[in-house]
Write a protein that binds this ligand. Sequence first.
Ligand code: PEP
Ligand code: MG
Length: 548
Amino acid sequence: MAEISGTGIGQGIAHGPVATMAAGLEPPSDAPSKRTPDEEKQAVAEAVSATAAELNARGERAGGSAQDVLEAQAMMAEDPTLEESVHDKIDAGATGEYAVHTAFAEFAEQLQELGGYLGERAADLADVAQRVIAHLRGVSAPGVPEPGHPFVLVANDLAPADTALLDLDQVLAVVTTEGGPTSHTAILAREKGIVAVVGTGATGLEDDQIVIVDAENDVVIIDPSEEQISEATARADARAAAQAAPITPGALSDGTLVPLLANLGDPDGAAEAVELGAEGVGLFRTEFLFLSNDEAPSVESQKKSYVDLLAAFAGKKVVVRVLDAGADKPLPFLTDEGEENPALGRRGIRALSFHEDILRDQLTALAQADAETDADLWVMAPMIATIDETEYFMNLATELGLKTTGVMVEVPSAALLADQILKVADFASIGTNDLVQYTMAADRLLGSVAHLQSPWHPAALRLIKAVADGGQVNDKPVGVCGEAAADPLLAVVLVGLGVTTLSMSPSALADVRAELLKHTLQDAQRIAQAALDTGNADGAKSAARAAA
Ligand code: PEP
Ligand code: MG
């Protein structure tokens, strides 16, 4: 029995026989063309437009964000720069096939060198090239296998065209050797609820071999035992039951309430969050509304978005965070572009206090929206590091008419000073994404230090406990709104550490709700202590599992 590790997408688990994605087409030969350049160009033009039409049609069938992805691929196929490069190669004597093959590969390489999001688009481009070449040859494009029974799809990386149209009755899970957590495979798998482990590296898996794909634990188990299969089945059944369970207020099994809130970046997401049982909003990321603005938004335009949001949550708590500009979320009107190390620069509250007029406008818009709606509006500031910053924000927000004002704890100094900060602030919300990044000195965007970015690390857990303790002595609520709250077992640990509310992307609510219902407060405290008593993230996770 062996295991392959990768990055699990979501919390699912599934098992079944492997079916491997068909290999790509034979690469075209570089022998000179026997046709005229015009004939070759004509054939390529027809193949490209047939490919684009096919991708658009598949997009239309798939709908949703899959459609956007497929339409973007169709546009890639017809990109004029690529066409120019193909024509140059044909003029130099290449066949249409060879010209497409090399021009697309060169472009993909450029994207890969850029890395990040664009690098991950390289796979999309290779897929488009294969489709065009298949058209030129008059053969069908390589695609998802059809073994005639449900299967675990194993591929290098799935093209969006394939992921979007996967037959979910047939595909039990997906394993890809390439691709990271932001690849299209991952994005679409998350949206469609497909169990997936991506970026495993070479798997050596063969067709019909049985595997368990365990996204929650980031592994693929090869040739599992009967016992492992029954455990996997039980977990899959429990998860299905949890997803279908009636929506109840977040609570532990002893009745201790743990309100489950939504993280949103746009009022448009409110309806879905309510449907999935969000008991309010724990983090509204206002900067997401203005990422494409060159100038600061007016009071009037902001107010409209806030009214929409608050109206969707009448009678419920809505925590709005003022603009968190900087680092990975620069806003041209707030961010200093010249910083060498923007994650440690003038971001969050530092940028806002430097541009106090913008902060005043935002707080004014929020107070006006609050006056017109019936939600319970709480407002908080990002990246608070000191008591002075806390007082500054509280005073300004109070002056401008806001009732409940608090801080995000994302900087270790704020966690260490939480008992004093919470004397001043009405509440704290722990942003574990940044808190872990700053505690471990590991850039949250950098794959090469991903092993240091776990919110399970006992160093992070100790800081979270310090904040929860600060809340308890001052009788103030302390929530968590970072990704940590979306991990069901970690959510239990957070509650055991003294956190009072959990906020997460709405798709995670059902899993967290179900897990909380399995433990009493005393259990949660014991599980949290087991995790705290370890020396590293893996140890904390295993200890929590054993204690649970
Ligand atoms: C966090 O840092 O955990 C957080 C919730 O804020 P963001 O992810 O927007 O930085
Ligand atoms: Mg943050």
